[in-house]
Design a protein around this ligand. Structure first.
Ligand code: PMP
Length: 406
């Protein structure tokens, strides 16, 4: 039903591997036994086949005279937000049932990465003697630490693991649910002690292809991104649903000063894509339908099954197990099939990322997520060819491990 797309790969060489796009080979594949597969980034190329199948449904034509002005609607709190995008976002959340939008303000950003920074700026006290502490329970999304401290802001400072955090003063807890890297459903864990606490909920993966939708989320600040919902990471569109008007205004101000708004072309494209997704969910209900979430769920559950089958052949690696929960969107009990596999190497190998790199599989070390080097995060959203090669190589590792008891 869904053909295999050409793979983007990292070519192996005798020196260190670089990000080189390989040339297609004669048999139509691009990977060879020498290719290094890059499963370090969560690059959502898995969705390419779906969007190819959708043909021209999402084509957006933008003429030379369009989008000249910086401005969209100065009466709107987020003055650079395209009304078409706001409408598509609200409709999609209504159809999927994963977030409340009534009485929320929509703020658009250049990816949710920009909105994360806008939110930190908006909720950090501006007059505190010390920067607000930014914390997140381990294992946490590796970019939070890098982005938070990149500009050495006087407003906020990365303080690492939220477990046991008890510093006085203002703090911001980041709650990623489902979590990147381990796919678990999360809630805030810091007990407010001497300081004032604020929360940012990163719901990038709260979509029914990855996890059961158990209720519409209704937190103060919720971040979403097209990167994980539709797979259009390259369009760089994210959105925040924000309860408090002043916080939404401050987030918009951050984006005004940071990039004077957000690309109108990207917003129009995202509006179209999200609208087509909402149509697909509303009007179809078979597995062969246009529903991107049912498509995604099918692919993800096949991939997880293949991975669990190979990992289950020995005790060398282990994977988290997820509970079955009722998914309101699917109308049945489902299990999470996260965008990343959080894999642990149980014996002999101390540095799992280094070990897999030796087998031409690039992953992200657990150390980057505040944990240890026995863990790695492996992207499950690459294209079919890369994923299949990953499984093949893992199978070979298992055979050696079983044969030689490494
Ligand atoms: N939050 C989480 C938890 C993510 O995994 C990612 C992407 N890896 C982002 C935010 C960033 O998304 P965007 O591409 O919209 O900047």
């Amino acid at each position: 039903m869904f053909g295999t797309e050409k793979a983007r790969v990292v070519k192996s060489s005798s020196s260190s591997p670089g990000l080189v796009q390989s040339e297609p080979r004669e048999n139509g594949t691009t990977l060879s036994s020498h290719s290094v597969i890059n499963l370090d980034h969560g690059d959502p190329t898995m969705y390419e086949t779906y969007w190819q199948r959708m043909g021209d449904k999402c084509t957006v034509v933008i003429t030379g005279s369009q989008s000249l002005s910086y401005f969209v609607n100065m009466k709107n709190l987020c003055w650079f937000l395209q009304p078409e995008l706001e409408e598509s976002i609200k409709r999609l959340h209504r159809v999927v049932g994963n977030a409340v939008t009534k009485d929320y303000h929509v703020v658009v950003g250049t990816g949710s990465t920009q909105l994360f920074q806008a939110a930190l700026y908006a909720i950090s006290p501006s007059d505190a003697p010390e920067p607000a502490s930014v914390v997140c329970a381990v294992p946490y999304y590796s970019l939070y630490a890098d982005v938070t401290d990149f500009l050495r802001s006087g407003l906020y400072k990365w303080e690492g693991d939220a477990h046991g955090f008890d510093k006085d003063g203002a703090y911001i807890e980041l709650v990623t649910s489902p979590n990147n890297p381990d796919g678990t459903t999360r809630e805030a864990i810091v007990e407010p002690g001497g300081g004032e606490g604020k929360l940012i909920h990163d719901l990038a993966y709260y979509w029914p292809n990855f996890t059961p939708i158990t209720k519409p989320a209704d937190h103060d600040i919720m971040l979403f991104t097209a990167s994980k919902c539709s797979g259009h990471a390259g369009s760089r569109i994210g959105w925040a649903l924000v309860k408090d008007e002043d916080v939404a205004k401050k987030m918009s101000k951050f984006i005004e000063l940071n990039t004077i708004g957000v690309s109108k072309e990207s917003q129009l494209r995202a509006a179209k894509v999200l609208g087509v997704i909402a149509d697909g969910c509303q009007y179809c209900d078979s597995l062969d339908s246009d529903d991107v979430f049912k498509y995604g769920k099918l692919i993800m559950s096949e991939r997880w099954k293949k991975l669990r089958d190979v990992v289950g052949q020995s005790d060398l690696f282990s994977l988290p197990v997820y509970p079955k929960e009722y998914c309101n969107f699917m109308g049945k009990f489902t299990t999470s099939n996260p965008a990343f596999a959080w894999m642990k190497c149980n014996r002999l190998v101390e540095d799992c990322a280094e070990f897999l790199r030796g087998h031409k599989i690039l992953t992200r070390s657990g150390v980057r997520f505040g944990v240890d080097s026995k863990h790695v995060r492996v992207s499950m959203v690459s294209n079919d060819e890369e994923f299949d090669l990953f499984i093949e190589r893992l199978q070979a590792i298992q055979e050696i491990s079983n044969g030689y008891h490494i």
